[in-house]
Write a protein that binds this ligand. Structure first.
Ligand SMILES: Cc1cc2nc3c(=O)[nH]c(=O)nc-3n(C[C@H](O)[C@H](O)[C@H](O)COP(=O)(O)OP(=O)(O)OC[C@H]3O[C@@H](n4cnc5c(N)ncnc54)[C@H](O)[C@@H]3O)c2cc1C
Length: 414
């Protein structure tokens, strides 16, 4: 569907990026995501699964390196261009988009501290990879600590009484890692590398963390079983266990002294991008509902002719547009500052994912009984959107973190 973009400054190149990403989303992602949605979690990641066909095509086109500068071999996109591409990919499948996104997480982390080891062993090999044999993941949450790990600057974050389940202890020129990450680590059971966020200094609570960009082929690393879940079934998830895993200190991106600050920068990017993904899902649901309302006839008229259906569609599109506006603005702003206004990224995440859920739900209403069946895309979009309200921080706890940030920093001086 040809869709208006309110940004009158989009260049020819940006329009082309959008069109190309949409074509990939429509021709490759949508059909593969539908197949994967009906498979078991084990079938999804089997070597002959269409998941790997998707990953290889994504890597061939460079979509695994959307977030990486071209100086390291990444796509070298501006924040606006990244948001444009990601909205289109999420329109195709948010689960598959997140698979590609987290695949780049160790490289993305490594690009923040361009040390030689990171460049030679992580960044360049990842960007050059074309057969999806280098897959990253982001391990931050733990079985007993989900929201706890994602609330920097909240009083609970620096409470030493709240222990962590994954720790790193310095031993000579290495760290010894013990413990585990939660069953929710996206691409956790298939990843070759991990951006591991774990505790280094217990006296600082979760704030005493460190970030490693590390390979997962080290002795003592084990993976859990792939998780079975309601939505985003095309996205693999599972635990990673660490049993006395010796990691050379050269893989440490940041230690306790800068952990909370860097985490806030990372979260300002990821939460705003969740808003971008939500926009893509909401738009997909809106488009499905609009097409259906034009063809479904009841009471002798197409549904679209009824004013109540028209107003429903209007409000759906309103949510798509406002999501795009806040998500793009928050992402672009926070990518251009070293002191992120995290509360705006949180707004983007909450607004965009709630829009995805609301619009998908309204779309099902317009489809009537048909919308509840697997015959129609809106059923999958609704389940995918439901997961987004919890993914990357539950919307409730993010609102707490956002409120806390506002009280701490307003009126802003910058
Ligand atoms: C699809 C998906 C993908 C994910 N991908 C990853 C990934 O790649 N890597 C990774 O590490 N994790 C990942 N996660 C984990 C995700 O970040 C957590 O699920 C999320 O942060 C919530 O944590 P939890 O599930 O442990 O819930 P909990 O933290 O146990 O929260 C349960 C409920 O309690 C509420 N609550 C919690 N704390 C408070 C509080 N202080 N005050 C008031 N209410 C509170 C929450 O809002 C929620 O409603 C993913 C999750 C999903 C669903």
């Amino acid at each position: 569907m040809n869709f208006l973009d309110l940004d009158i400054n989009l260049s020819k190149e940006e329009k082309m990026l959008k069109q190309n990403a949409n074509e990939f989303a429509r021709k490759v992602m949508r059909p593969i995501a539908k197949e994967l949605d009906e498979m078991t979690p084990e079938q999804v990641i089997a070597r002959d699964s269409p998941f790997w066909t998707f990953m290889k095509k994504g890597y061939e086109l460079g979509y695994h390196s959307v977030l990486i500068p071209d100086s390291y071999g990444g796509m070298g996109l501006t924040p606006l261009q990244q948001a444009i591409v990601y909205e289109e990919l999420a329109w195709g499948s948010v689960g598959l988009t997140i698979a590609l996104g987290v695949a780049s997480f160790p490289a993305y982390g490594a690009s923040m501290v361009p040390e030689d080891t990171m460049i030679e062993e992580i960044l360049v090999p990842f960007c050059e990879n074309r057969d999806a044999s280098f897959v990253g993941c982001w391990g931050i949450t733990e079985p007993d600590h989900g929201s706890d790990t994602l609330m920097p600057h909240h009083p609970s974050f620096s409470n030493p009484e709240i222990p962590s389940q994954c720790t790193a202890t310095l031993d000579g020129d290495s760290y010894i890692i013990n413990g585990q990450k939660s069953a929710w680590v996206s691409c956790g059971t298939i990843a070759t590398h991990c951006a591991l966020f774990c505790q280094v200094d217990k006296s600082m609570g979760h704030a005493g963390g460190g970030i490693f960009a590390m390979p997962l082929n080290l002795p003592g690393v084990k993976k859990g079983a792939p998780l079975n879940k309601i939505g985003q079934r095309d996205l693999n998830q599972g635990e990673i266990f660490f049993d006395n895993v010796r990691v050379p200190a050269k893989y440490l991106i940041v230690g306790p002294e800068g952990y909370e600050t860097l985490l806030e920068i990372v979260l300002s990017a990821t939460t705003a991008l969740m808003g971008v993904f939500g926009t893509g899902v909401a738009r997909a649901a809106f488009e499905e509902a609009l097409s259906y309302a034009k063809t479904r006839v009841q009471g002798g008229k197409a549904l679209i002719e009824y004013p109540t259906v028209q107003t429903k569609l209007f409000h759906m599109l309103r949510k798509v547009e406002t999501s795009r506006a806040i998500s793009r603005a928050a992402y672009i702003y926070n990518q251009n500052t070293t002191t992120p206004a995290e509360e705006y990224s949180i707004m983007a995440k909450i607004h965009g994912t709630q829009a995805a859920f609301d619009v998908a739900s309204e779309a099902i209403q317009i489809f009537g009984g048909n919308g509840l069946t697997k015959e129609y895309l809106v059923e999958k979009l609704f389940r995918d959107a439901r997961a987004m309200l919890i993914e990357d921080g539950s919307n409730d706890t993010l609102a707490i973190a956002g409120g806390h940030k506002i009280i701490e920093t307003y009126p802003r001086k910058d």
